[in-house]
Unconditional design. Structure first.
Length: 540
């Protein structure tokens, strides 16, 4: 059997194993940020107007365009999006195998294909990847992984074997990756790292485009966002971010070894210097210094690649969530590769790998069931973080959307118990109670929200709607007007005041005035079509 045939046979085995691990993810619903990035993204419905699609997120146009293609061919059926995601993962597993085999060949391992395929297999069925594969919005991580793995493989082909076409391909992948997700900006540094540690020859002139490319990338970001690092407002101070991230990185390492305790919402607490965070930071610095000093071609490369690919989301930039499993998707491969390389010297390794693959596959199949529905996802989050108000708040929202109203009340009550100062939780508790017809409880919840934040417009507006519903029109008018004092463009208050004045209080001019403000500022509001009908009735 030729080497080419062996590679194809290995890929087919890998593809079958990965397909088995993810087949039950295909029937999952849209969950979490899918409601915003896919379901709520109106631009993906306009593929023929591609400029609008790209403009939705100019940092990630390739990712958004794949959603538009999905919608063009299959509408809003979740199955097609999941099929694409699993197919992407299969391609990435194949690329991981080829990259691993190439590194093993360059480092003179006597079974390079075995090492590459084994690492790709473990990575492919690892449950830590489910947030990137089973979750539709995780596609940005998968697409970025595709460009990173392909670029690293092409760079090695050029750097070690002299194929200039591979060099061009590596730079094309870098550019495509940069317009898929910002993580790919680390590729020029990764190229230098591979030359230094794997090829053991650095042709500095070849890295001039790297410097120019980085300058161009950050210059473009500054031109668009006015900031070279992130367009997202910092969520915490730099020192807190660094201490917290040190702990989080070791949690990622722990989950890569023992994937137990996964969650869509880890709610890892922010921290300053403490015994745990200082130990974590010293550990990171120590292992990294050892990797740079010893310069072992495999272990140093794996550790530095792991940190490098993770850096854009887990270093200086303070994102909203301190920890999210999808961020470790691509960098996980580096840790797995190092582990397989170390184990490949032992005779019992094939049996251990087989057993580990079965166990990881079962864990992935179980984890996929969590991603099936929004309520299952957040129920799992509350089990993992029973003292997290945000987890219970998310669970309440999921239950409300699925019309499990009594259960949503319980979840919101738990959220308000854990965080009495969360006005949104009080507001949504009131919403659930009102939907159940418990008007007194709803009003009480909204007034608790106003105790937390007197200018909380939604609570004012909600009480106004409640008073209107019960026929107390003058009280309703007062609540809506109070909402507009704090939020002059509150769409719901303008709409309901227009309705109130036009039909209940017989003040047509006031009704028209509020409808005019609504139509000027609230085209995207969910009530816009109903308001247009009211305006027609009022006019004619």
């Amino acid at each position: 059997m030729t080497d080419e045939s062996r590679r194809w046979l290995a890929f087919l085995v890998l593809a079958a194993a990965v397909a088995l691990a993810y087949f039950n993810s295909l029937n999952g619903a849209f969950t979490y940020d899918d409601k915003v990035e896919v379901v709520g993204n109106q631009t993906i419905r306009m593929l023929e107007q591609w400029r609008m699609v790209v403009a939705y997120n100019v940092s990630r146009p390739i990712t958004v365009m794949t959603y538009a293609l999905n919608f063009h061919y299959a509408g809003m059926e979740p199955l097609s999006y999941h099929v694409v995601d699993v197919a992407l993962h299969l391609v990435n597993v194949g690329l991981a195998m080829v990259l691993g085999a190439t590194i093993a060949r360059l480092l003179k391992h006597d079974q390079p294909l075995y090492v590459g395929a084994a690492a790709a297999l473990i990575w492919g069925v690892h449950p830590l990847n489910t947030e990137a594969v089973s979750y539709v919005t995780g596609r940005s991580e998968q697409l970025t992984a595709l460009w990173i793995l392909l670029a690293l493989w092409m760079w090695l082909r050029w750097s070690a074997d002299g194929d200039w076409r591979a060099c061009v391909g590596a730079w094309i992948c870098t550019i495509l990756g940069a317009f898929t997700k910002e993580v790919a900006v680390v590729l020029p540094v990764a190229f230098l790292m591979l030359d230094w540690l794997v090829v053991r020859r650095v042709r500095w002139q070849a890295h001039v485009p790297s410097a120019l490319g980085l300058i161009a990338f950050f210059g473009l970001r500054y031109e668009i966002y006015g900031d070279v690092i992130s367009n997202v407002p910092a969520q915490r101070s730099l020192d807190v971010q660094l201490w917290t991230t040190a702990e989080v990185i070791w949690r990622y390492v722990g989950l890569s070894v023992v994937p137990v305790g996964q969650s869509v919402f880890h709610d890892h607490p922010e921290t300053g210097p403490s015994i745990t965070s200082v130990s974590a930071m010293l550990g990171l610095v120590g292992v990294t210094a050892l990797a740079l000093w010893k310069r072992h071609p495999v272990y140093s490369t794996a550790w530095l690649l792991f940190l490098l690919i993770l850096a854009p989301s887990s270093s200086f930039v303070a994102l909203k969530e301190t920890m999210a499993e999808h961020r470790v998707h691509t960098s996980l491969w580096a840790l797995v590769f190092a582990g397989v390389w170390a184990a490949s010297r032992f005779k019992a390794t094939p049996y251990v790998l087989a057993g580990g693959t079965v166990l990881l596959t079962l864990l992935t199949l179980q984890r996929n069931t969590v991603w099936m529905t929004e309520s299952a996802l957040w129920a799992d989050a509350t089990r993992g973080n029973p003292d997290s108000a945000e987890a219970w708040y998310g669970y309440g929202d999921a239950l409300f959307l699925e019309r499990q109203l009594d259960e949503s009340v319980k979840a919101y009550e738990k959220a308000t118990e854990l965080a009495p100062g969360n006005a949104n939780a009080w507001n949504n508790l009131g919403r659930s109670e009102a939907t159940l017809g418990n008007f007194e409880a709803a009003e009480a919840a909204w007034k608790e929200a106003l105790k937390v934040s007197p200018s909380y417009c939604r609570a004012h507006s909600n009480i106004g709607q409640l008073k209107m519903r019960t026929g107390d029109y003058l009280e309703a008018e007062n609540w809506f007007n109070t909402a507009l004092v704090y939020c002059p463009r509150n769409c719901r208050s303008h709409a309901m005041l227009g309705r109130l004045y036009g039909w209940e209080l017989d003040e047509k001019d006031n009704a028209r005035a509020h409808f005019e403000v609504y139509q000027e500022h609230c085209d995207a509001d969910s009530q816009a079509q109903e308001v247009r009908q009211w305006v027609m009735e009022l006019t004619w």
